[in-house]
Design a protein around this ligand. Structure first.
Ligand code: CA
Length: 230
C-alpha cells in the first residue's frame, strides 16, 4: 500500500515510517495539516494515517478536506487515549477507524491491514446511502424521505457508518460502544439502544418494524434486512 503519515511529533512520525516501511508499504510523511491536504490532493494514497492534533490545520479539518477531494480516501485517525469526544468527532468528519495513542504496534498494523483489505476488496464507502426509501447523506448529516429532511447527530452518523461499513455481518452493542463511542468505561450497552431508537425515528418508515437498522437477536444490530446474523 502507499501510505501517507501525517504527524507533527518527529519521533513518532519517524517511528511510524519505519514501522510501516518494514511492513512492506511505500510510505511518505508530512508534519502539518496544510502539507497533508496538499499531498492528499496531488497524489493518491491507499491510506492516510492522520494525527488529530496538528499545526496549521487540525486533523478533523484535514479529514474533511481530504474527503471533499477524494470521498473514498481511507483514513485512520490517531487520537489521544481517553479523548472520547475526539473519536466521535473523527467518525463524524469521515475517519474510517482510529487508534489511540500511545498504541500497540500490533494493533496499529492490524488496523492498517484491515483498512487496506477493505480499500482493495470492498466497494468504497458511499457518502450518500439509500435504503428502503430513505436517503442518508453522511457528509451533510441529514436523512430524509421525499422532500422532508432531518439532521443527524454525530453519534447517529457514527453508528450508520460503522453498520454500513460492516454490512456483511451483524455488529454487537459492545463493538458499537467501542468503535463509535470510544469505549467509555461508564457507558452501558443501553446507550447504544437509546441512540438506535432515536435514529430509527429519523430514518425508518415504521420505527416499530425497522428495515434499515435491524435488530439481530442475540447479537446486536445490522445494516439492512438481509441478515441471518453471525
Ligand atoms: Ca500531534
Amino acid at each position: 500500500m502507499r501510505i501517507l503519515i501525517v504527524e507533527d511529533e518527529r519521533s513518532l512520525r519517524e517511528g511510524l515510517v519505519d514501522l510501516l516501511a518494514n511492513d512492506g508499504h511505500e510510505v511518505e510523511a508530512v508534519a502539518d495539516g496544510p502539507a497533508a491536504v496538499a499531498a492528499g490532493e496531488s497524489r493518491i494514497y491507499d491510506l492516510v494515517v492522520l494525527d488529530l492534533m496538528l499545526p496549521g490545520l487540525d486533523g478533523l479539518e484535514v479529514c474533511r478536506r481530504l474527503r471533499q477531494s477524494r470521498p473514498t480516501q481511507p483514513i485512520l485517525m490517531l487520537t489521544a487515549r481517553g479523548a472520547e469526544d475526539d473519536k466521535v468527532a473523527g467518525f463524524a468528519a469521515g475517519a474510517d477507524d482510529y487508534v489511540s495513542k500511545p498504541f500497540a504496534v500490533r494493533e496499529l498494523l492490524a488496523r492498517v491491514q484491515a483498512l487496506g483489505r477493505r480499500a482493495g476488496a470492498a466497494p468504497a464507502d458511499a457518502e450518500v446511502l439509500e435504503l428502503d426509501g430513505c436517503r442518508i447523506d453522511l457528509g451533510r448529516h441529514t436523512a430524509g424521505r421525499g422532500t422532508t429532511s432531518v439532521q443527524l447527530t454525530p453519534l447517529e452518523v457514527g453508528v450508520i457508518r460503522w453498520l454500513h461499513r460492516h454490512r456483511t455481518r451483524a455488529v454487537s452493542r459492545p463493538e458499537l460502544l467501542e468503535r463509535v463511542w470510544g469505549a467509555c468505561g461508564d457507558l452501558q450497552t443501553r446507550t447504544v439502544d437509546m441512540t438506535v431508537a432515536k435514529l430509527r425515528q429519523k430514518i425508518e418508515q415504521d420505527p416499530a418494524a425497522p428495515q434499515i437498522v435491524v435488530t439481530v437477536t442475540g447479537v446486536g444490530y445490522a445494516w439492512g434486512p438481509d441478515h441471518t446474523g453471525g
